[in-house]
Design a protein around this ligand. Structure first.
Ligand code: NAD
Length: 271
């Protein structure tokens, strides 16, 4: 049952055609926001927009490559013409590429950093003037648990995610006086097409087994659902978090709360 936590808002969701971004589009529409989303995948954009428009929501999808500064600017110019203001921006675009410092090419490094990090910078650059017209706003950048603790073989991705958390703090400080809050979320493993692609690369015949195994690495015993991340983002955008800015919220089933070293058992405590 919806509480309409963002009623009357105009929200842009970058990366809204799939996974976490797609769940944010649906969650925000159900909670009363107009939603303008974009992604690089035009057929997925059309399918998501059609599904939600058919359900009666004011949702529009556009095809934009966030690595292209002109395309990002044009998208926000169009939103400005259509909506006149902006209350919220959720940056969920991300790509994963594998490699160490030696095995990652300069081209791949630039690709990951341009899409994951520079793309969020560009979206914020063009969103803030529209939030000023709105009298304030809220921005959520989707980082990752990898910003805090890294797996092996993901040097470019991890660098981009750590930088997102630091950039978020800088933006929070820059715009607080204008009533624009900026926060990040750090999800653990979430069952999205991105995660399934990784699972298939390990076991093409049984990605569910791999995902269940990854789930056991989270104290809650499972990976997250996209809607669980979207609900946390809704909290960060809504007035329920009106005193929260510059924060990085872990939404990870406890994955980063523990360490894998085993302590002695309690029975050795004779006190
Ligand atoms: N799934 C996870 O386990 C997980 C965990 C932590 C963080 N994240 C982060 O969450 C965010 C969303 O990931 P997801 O799992 O939903 O992935 P996903 O692949 O399902 O969705 C990614 C979205 O980004 C869009 N996109 C990709 N490249 C683009 C580009 N150049 N320009 C515009 N749009 C582009 C895609 O079209 C898609 O809409 C990413 O930033 C990812 O790093 C995911």
């Amino acid at each position: 049952m919806s509480n309409q936590l963002v009623s009357g808002a105009v929200t842009v969701v970058a990366g809204g055609s799939s996974g976490i971004g797609r769940a944010v589009v649906e969650c925000f529409a159900e909670n009363g926001s107009i939603v303008e989303f974009f992604s690089v995948d035009s057929s997925a954009n059309d399918a998501v927009a059609k599904e939600l428009v058919d359900r009666g929501y004011d949702v529009r999808g556009s095809t934009v490559d966030v690595a292209n500064p002109e395309e990002v600017k044009k998208f926000f110019d169009d939103v400005s013409r259509r909506r006149g203001r902006l209350s919220a921006l959720v940056n969920s675009v991300g790509i994963q590429r594998y490699g160490t410092a030696e095995t990652t090419s300069v081209q791949t490094w630039d690709e990951v950093l341009n899409v994951n990090l520079r793309g969020m910078f560009l979206a914020v650059k063009h969103a803030v003037p529209l939030m000023r017209i709105n009298g304030g706003g809220s921005i959520v950048n989707v980082s990752s648990g990898q910003a805090i603790a890294s797996q092996k073989n993901v040097v470019a991705y991890t660098a981009s995610k750590g930088a997102i958390v630091a950039m978020t703090r800088a933006m929070a400080v820059d715009y607080a006086a204008e009533n624009i809050r900026v926060n990040s979320v750090c999800p653990g493993s979430v069952d999205t097409p991105m995660l399934r692609e990784s699972a298939r690369s390990i076991d093409p015949d049984n990605p569910d087994r791999v995902i269940a195994e990854w789930g056991m690495g989270h104290p809650l015993g499972r990976v997250g659902e996209p809607r669980e991340i979207a609900d946390s983002i809704l909290f960060l955008v809504s007035t329920l978090s009106s005193f929260v800015t510059g924060a990085d919220l872990r939404v990870d089933g406890g994955a980063l709360a523990g360490i894998s070293l085993v302590a002695p058992s309690a029975s050795s405590d004779s006190a």
